[in-house]
Ligand binder design. Structure first.
Ligand SMILES: [Zn+2]
Length: 205
């Protein structure tokens, strides 16, 4: 049993959330996607979506799987878009989808961006992304971080961190703010030289 490997599970409800971008909006977003490093962030409002709850266990701990489906998106017409962030607002009840560009930049200047690199294909919501999700009271939001890669994120991701057992190898030390950069943040890696063979940064708990 996988549950055994995970140790004691919490006694409260165990919710699993899944997200699907359906064929029509996915085809649109795939077509608009570009690998041009000089692009700025794009954003969309999710105008049609649904959710279904599947009861896995009705006895405590209650186990529900919720599947969110995105049926339609429209341009959110962002303002002040940079390669790392864009200001946009969707109407109440229209969750948000935004693009994390496949590039790495120095600060917010699109002319400095190069294809690929550390910040490309980052599919994690930034702190700002999560704070906005909570402020809007939406059930979910979505990041597109590659032509066919969509990352749903949920309010429950912004909360106290569970205790983790961090593997510490001989050359892996907690590195303060040298955590992997998130798109939409104020580029925490800007100006930090890469040290070859330094191992993966460990995010402090
Ligand atoms: Zn973001």
């Amino acid at each position: 049993m996988l549950a055994g490997a995970l140790g004691a599970l919490p006694a409260w409800g165990q919710a699993v959330r899944l997200g699907v971008v359906m064929d029509e909006p996915r085809a649109i977003l795939e077509r608009i996607w570009t690998d041009d490093p000089r692009q700025t962030e794009r954003a969309y409002c999710i105008t049609d979506w649904s959710f279904g709850v599947y009861h896995i266990s009705r006895t405590p701990p209650i186990q529900d799987d919720t599947v969110f489906r995105v049926f339609a998106v429209q341009d959110a017409e962002p303002t002040n878009a940079t390669p790392n962030a864009a200001n946009f607002e969707c109407a109440d009840g229209m969750p948000e989808l935004h693009v994390h560009t496949p590039s790495t930049c120095v600060g917010d200047d699109a002319n400095t961006c190069v294809a690929g690199g550390l910040n490309a294909f980052s599919c994690q919501p930034s702190r700002g992304d999560l704070e906005k999700l909570l402020a809007r009271h939406d059930a979910f939001a979505v990041i597109q971080c590659d032509r066919r890669a969509f990352r749903f994120y949920y309010p429950s991701e912004y909360g106290p961190a569970p205790p983790l057992h961090l593997a510490k190898g001989p050359d892996q030390q907690p590195q303060g703010n040298r955590s992997p950069a998130m798109k939409g943040d104020a580029d925490p890696l800007a100006g930090i030289p890469l040290t070859p063979g330094g191992g993966s940064p460990v995010t402090p708990p």
